[in-house]
Design a protein around this ligand. Structure first.
Ligand SMILES: CC(C)(COP(=O)(O)OP(=O)(O)OC[C@H]1O[C@@H](n2cnc3c(N)ncnc32)[C@H](O)[C@@H]1OP(=O)(O)O)[C@@H](O)C(=O)NCCC(=O)NCCS
Length: 140
């Protein structure tokens, strides 16, 4: 999972950050996608805070992209969020991250705000995306 994190982000979360997430039971969740050999090929981590799902990280091994891994993870995570009581989901994405923006658009996320120069290395705005009415996704 850390290898995927490092291959995917310029400011990767550290092992310690993920380990401390594991302590935050009931709030912090992480789902892994595995291939037919049981190798981890992607993951999605999120918080469930009251009726909101905050997606922190979603990444797929570069060699395994464009075959639906992220879409499968997101489908599962949003359904799990509904099961946990979430009604809406939010996340931040780099303005230039076209693949991720298209993925989230496909799942009904829309831009609701901008955090100016939120990211470093390189400095870039974050778009704040929200998806309301998550329950409408359940079962679809
Ligand atoms: C964004 C990311 C998670 C997508 O993972 P993936 O498994 O390749 O995505 P999927 O194959 O499930 O694609 C689902 C849809 O997303 C969109 N999409 C994904 N990658 C795309 C790309 N490179 N170009 C255009 N659209 C893309 C498409 O709509 C795609 O549907 P389609 O294949 O039917 O056209 C992956 O590129 C990644 O790990 N990027 C680095 C980390 C990152 O940016 N994470 C998001 C942070 S907010």
């Amino acid at each position: 999972m850390l290898a995927i994190e490092h291959a995917s982000f310029t400011n990767p979360w550290t092992r310690e950050m993920y380990l401390s997430e594991l302590e935050n039971r009931g709030v912090s969740f992480c789902f892994l996608a595995r291939d037919e050999h049981d190798h981890v090929v992607g993951f999605c981590s999120f918080w469930r805070i009251l009726d909101e799902l905050h997606i922190n990280n979603l990444a797929v091994l570069p060699a395994c992209r464009r075959v639906g891994v992220a879409a499968a993870l997101l489908t599962h995570v949003l359904a799990e969020g509904v099961r946990l009581g979430a009604q809406r989901a939010t996340l931040e994405v780099r303005r230039s991250n076209e693949p991720a923006r298209l993925l989230y658009e496909r799942f009904g996320f829309t831009v609701k705000g901008v955090r100016h120069a939120y990211y470093t290395g390189p400095v870039e705005d974050a778009l704040v995306l929200w998806r309301d009415r998550l329950e409408a996704l359940a079962g679809s």
